[in-house]
Write a protein that binds this ligand. Structure first.
Ligand code: NAD
Ligand code: MG
Length: 383
């Protein structure tokens, strides 16, 4: 039996992970679960899985969590310190599934345990970059990519040498607005943006998928996870989301990973790695799918992948600034404060206003993130 903690247990990835654990109760013991503010749901899950510790990030919800856990013997905690304590609770595997840079400090705390971290929280890696990868190295942690594209690449790489890789191609669904005109994009609403054609995900990543910032963040994520160099990473739009990414080798062979668009597949790949486990997914029916199509990304209507590539090229703090500016813009869009097309425009403006020097510690990254958020908010108010 292995132990596991889930940071972001009440979210979409958290729910998919717990679904797999529920089907394999003999294989896993859940140590700690965390949520942002939904104390009732967190307490329900904590009781169901008999965890040791439940944590709400929003400390104002801690009394509610304590009350909901009364008599259960489950420890309750709150705030970033609580999240980091959950991450450091000593589980064999920690699933990092908080959304945004808010998950960075707990993810680093999990890495410092020197055990296995299954990473969904791409914003944490985009922001911290080399700081996170250096910690993985220093503490001897195993970082398993849970994001479907990166998990696909990880599987396709197998034991091959990175020097044998000619190119890695990330597939992108193109999101709900793939075929929309610039005028339609200007008028896109939050409700339309969160309705992804293939995947059922949290609101933030759904908007990122609509703007293509998701693929931009994933490009930076892949750049850190798979050290083949930025010029060997490419993106292709594939609306069916069946091919989850490809690795092309120098002999001309391309290996791809295919599967249903259900995150339980890459999550299962992480949970069972280096073995395999059952999932409730039906077999892929290629004849029923009939057609798989691929398109070059349109960086005029969707500038996000260009901005992300430029931020990676600039290096240093630029990816953290890009991420912070995007988080602020997405929140403003979801709150009805800005148009859809202002998201990328605002990120570009924040980056153009200047980027601080490269971070060398977690505190540096958090300070860069904080400053970039202030600047992004100030720019939003000006326009
Ligand atoms: P979600 O919004 O459904 O869930 C987010 C989780 O994080 C929830 O448990 C929430 O309570 C918690 N949370 C939110 N804000 C927090 C804060 N400030 N502090 C602490 N906890 C907080 O999001 P999701 O779709 O599950 O995505 C989670 C992460 O996984 C994101 O980084 C996303 O990019 C990545 N990811 C998601 C999918 C997917 O299919 N949903 C696929 C690949 C990668
Ligand atoms: Mg992905």
């Amino acid at each position: 039996m292995r132990t596991i903690s889930i940071l972001g247990a009440t979210g979409s990835i958290g729910a998919s992970t717990l679904d797999l654990i529920r089907r394999n109760r003999d294989a896993w013991r859940v140590v700690a679960l965390t949520a942002n503010g939904n104390a009732a749901e967190l307490a329900r899950l904590a009781r169901e899985f008999g965890v040791e510790m439940a944590v709400v990030a929003d400390e104002t919800r801690l009394p509610e969590l304590r009350e909901a856990l009364a008599g259960s013997g489950i420890a309750a905690a709150g705030g970033v310190e609580g999240l980091c304590a959950a991450a450091a609770a000593g589980a064999d595997m920690t699933v990092a599934a908080i959304v945004g840079c808010a998950g960075l400090a707990p993810t680093m705390a999990a890495i410092e345990q020197g055990k296995t971290v299954a990473l969904a929280n791409k914003e944490a890696l985009v922001s911290a970059g080399d700081v996170m990868m250096a910690a993985v190295e220093r503490y001897g942690a195993t970082l398993l990519p849970l994001d479907s594209e990166h998990n696909a690449i990880f599987q396709c790489l197998g034991a091959n040498a990175p020097t044998d890789v000619r190119r890695i191609t990330l597939t992108a669904s193109g999101g709900p607005f793939r075929t929309w005109t610039q005028e339609q994009l200007d008028a896109a609403t939050p409700a339309q943006a969160v309705k992804h054609p293939n995947w059922d995900m949290g609101a933030k990543i759904s908007v990122d998928s609509a703007t293509m910032f998701n693929k931009g963040l994933e490009l930076i994520e892949a750049w850190h996870l798979f050290p083949v160099g930025l010029d060997r990473l490419s993106i292709v739009v594939h609306p069916q989301s069946v091919v989850h990414s490809l690795v092309e080798y120098r002999d001309g062979s391309s290996l791809a990973q295919l599967g249903p668009s259900d995150m339980r597949v890459p999550i299962a790949s992480c949970l069972a790695w280096p073995q395999r486990m059952d999932t409730p997914m039906p077999s892929l029916d290629l004849a029923a799918l009939a057609e798989l199509t691929f398109f070059a990304p349109d960086e005029v209507r969707f500038p996000a992948t260009r901005l992300a590539r430029e931020a990676a090229q600039a290096g240093g703090a630029a990816p953290a600034v890009l991420n912070a500016a995007n988080e602020i813009a997405v929140a403003a869009f979801l709150a009805g404060q800005i148009r859809f097309t202002r998201i990328a425009a605002n990120v570009e403006r924040v980056l153009a206003a200047g980027v601080p020097s490269a971070p060398s510690s977690l505190d540096d990254v958090l300070a860069i993130d904080h400053e970039a958020r202030l600047r992004a908010r100030a720019l939003l108010e000006q326009a």
